[in-house]
Design a protein around this ligand. Structure first.
Ligand SMILES: NC(=O)c1ccc[n+]([C@@H]2O[C@H](COP(=O)([O-])OP(=O)(O)OC[C@H]3O[C@@H](n4cnc5c(N)ncnc54)[C@H](OP(=O)(O)O)[C@@H]3O)[C@@H](O)[C@H]2O)c1
Length: 278
């Protein structure tokens, strides 16, 4: 689908944004946050009905929306996203690799096929979209945003598969940031903790040996943020040319502990693993 939404607002001098996972949660909030700044946004996701609703909200908030429905694990869709942004905006100011999903299950229970599918979405899709976008991003001296997670720096029990995908995203982002800096392109990594979205409902859950569907454990002390709060922090961080944003105190403490007190973190993790089994 490549249909142009009508716009009631004419101030579209804002950035040209390619946004994956725009149909739900943090992505839908990001679309609105950029719309309020007059952005022209290429919206990606599989759910056409949800994308059309977000597109209407973007238009109402002062932005311009271009819906490109598709599966971001499909290379033809990724090529179409970049082409649409170049056609409508002539450049890409911001590529937001936000589409992703969770996986709840002990390492012992992880299914290889499901792990491959998870990496296709959480790692290979952002990697490939970044590759495809570097030309138009260099033209605009733009920013690649990678939606990582606290799971990109700490692997909690029963989150090994998901954390592995976010660790991989972090590694790629770190290397890419250094490689493209000379071309004026920035790479921004966002690390949220728990956010109030349908993420848990959309996650893959393994079935434990006792027949119960795994749902993961919420770490102790984790506050839940709104997707709007994470979106506002992300948009502000692009403007301030930041490299990494940890969106809550919980994430900052977890991330610091991983570096300066790994033994304490291992002890907490072991207790969480025991708790999650009963
Ligand atoms: N919520 C949290 O607690 C949390 C915490 C840390 C990090 N994050 C990260 O934040 C990002 C957004 O998550 P969320 O919480 O907003 O979850 P969400 O509400 O489930 O949104 C996920 C988005 O990804 C899209 N998506 C999933 N599979 C896709 C595919 N194959 N092709 C194209 N689009 C696809 C979905 O759109 P369609 O279904 O329309 O395809 C949807 O728009 C993810 O990368 C997640 O890992 C979330």
């Amino acid at each position: 689908m490549a249909e142009r939404e009508p716009s009631r607002v004419t101030r579209h001098g804002g950035p040209v944004v390619v946004l994956t996972g725009a149909s739900s949660g943090i992505g839908a909030s990001l679309a609105l946050a950029w719309a309020r700044r007059g952005a022209r946004i290429v919206l990606s996701g599989r759910n056409e009905v949800a994308l059309a609703r977000v597109a209407r909200q973007v238009t109402g908030a002062g932005g311009q929306a271009f819906v490109e429905a598709g599966d971001v694990t499909d290379d033809a869709h990724r090529v179409a996203l970049v082409a649409r942004a170049e056609r409508e905006g002539g450049r890409i100011d911001v590529l937001v690799n936000n589409a992703g999903k969770g996986y709840y299950g002990a390492v012992e229970e992880v299914q290889l096929g499901e792990l491959e599918a998870l990496f296709a979405l959480n790692v290979f899709a952002p990697f490939r979209l970044a590759q495809l976008s570097l030309g138009p991003l260099a033209h605009a001296k733009g920013t690649v945003v990678m939606m990582s997670s606290v799971a990109g720096v700490v692997a909690a029990p029963r989150m090994g598969a998901y954390a592995a995908s976010k660790f991989a995203l972090e590694a790629m982002s770190m290397a890419l940031r250094a490689e493209v800096a000379a071309r004026g392109i920035r790479v921004l990594v966002i690390r949220p903790g728990p956010v109030d979205t349908p993420f848990r409902d959309h996650a893959v859950s393994s079935t434990r040996r006792d027949g119960v569907s795994e749902s993961g454990v919420r770490p102790p002390g984790a506050t839940v943020q709104t997707p709007d709060a994470v979106a506002e922090m992300t948009v502000a961080a692009v403007a301030r040319r930041r490299s990494v944003v940890e969106t809550s105190l919980f994430v900052r403490v977890a991330s610091l502990s991983a570096r300066v007190a790994p033994a304490a973190l291992r002890a907490i993790s072991a207790r969480m693993a025991t708790r999650s089994k009963h």
